[in-house]
Ligand binder design. Structure first.
Ligand code: NAP
Length: 253
């Protein structure tokens, strides 16, 4: 990917944290924000090589990035992630709460550990990162928080009781925090992807799912990143808060 022309670098001098920025939608988002001029903290949990590769790609387009290892379901690691970003770049303008996992199985077979692991990362992680970053954004009187939800949180999906509960939680959380932070110029929105080609969906059987996607294909990570980049952009998305935007080929309408 190449940096956008100067006139289209709407995120110049902005600083973004992308949780789970090493792979999939997070990787595409880190690259898209950097192409628009943002400096990016690329968070990862274990794929240090992949995170380093994202940082190198951003530097190759003339941008600034750091890779930061942190399990965002852990309070102390989230504090360290935010501190490392602030120390390196001086401010935080955009938080993309993207890190997520699945532990799919039908309800009666779902172990408490399957439930807890998904809630801990996909919902509690969003809370921890948002709380830590909002302190900084409230002082700055500006900021953009973008939470990655899912169509599963809107329409349910057999085998994903844990995941859909967490993602529905993210949508409710987005609305409350949008109301709390709006008076200080911080917007909070959610993006709900449908089925996007990433490692997370690599073992899904396409045939059965495609019939429920009006556009007749899986989405690409770049197509979700485009919506995230729009929501981060100033002034384009300045008057939008508390909303959930579907990028799902028409699955939910
Ligand atoms: P993915 O390719 O599996 O990537 C997941 C990312 O999350 C990786 O960068 C991973 O880091 C990171 N991660 C995992 N556990 C973490 C932890 N404890 N702390 C910090 N980072 C952690 O997933 P994806 O498909 O891009 O999904 C990204 C987001 O979109 C998720 O929230 C997912 O629920 C949502 N979503 C995806 C789809 C889809 O169809 N793909 C649809 C709807 C919603 P490592 O590389 O270090 O493991």
């Amino acid at each position: 990917m190449e940096a956008l022309p100067e006139s289209q670098q709407h995120l110049k001098d902005k600083v973004a944290i992308v949780t789970g920025g090493s792979r999939g939608i997070g990787r595409a988002t880190a690259l898209a924000l950097a192409a628009s001029g943002a400096s990016v903290a690329v968070n990862y949990a274990s794929s240090s090589g992949a995170a380093d590769e994202v940082v190198a790609a951003i530097e190759a387009m003339g941008g600034k990035a750091i890779a930061v290892k942190a399990d965002v379901s852990q309070e102390d690691e989230v504090e360290a992630l935010v501190k490392a970003t602030k120390t390196e770049f001086g401010r935080i303008d955009v938080l993309v709460n993207n890190a997520g996992i699945t532990r799919d199985t039908l309800l009666l077979r779902m172990k408490l550990t399957d439930w807890q692991a998904v809630i801990d990362l996909n919902l509690t992680g969003v809370f921890l990162c948002t709380r830590a970053v909002s302190k900084i954004m409230l002082k700055q009187k500006s900021g953009r928080i973008i939470n990655i939800a899912s169509v599963a949180g809107q329409m349910g999906n057999p085998g994903q009781a844990n995941y859909s509960a967490a993602k529905a939680g993210v949508i409710g959380f987005t609305k409350t925090v949008a109301k709390e932070l709006a008076p200080r110029g911080v917007t909070v929105n959610a993006v709900a992807p449908g089925f996007i080609t990433t490692d997370m969906t690599s073992d899904l059987e396409a045939e059965g799912i495609l019939q429920f996607i009006p556009l007749g294909r899986y989405g690409e990570a770049d197509e979700v990143a485009g919506m995230i980049r729009f929501l981060a952009a100033d002034p384009a998305a300045a008057y939008i808060t508390g909303q959930t935007f579907n990028v799902d080929g028409g699955m939910v309408m």
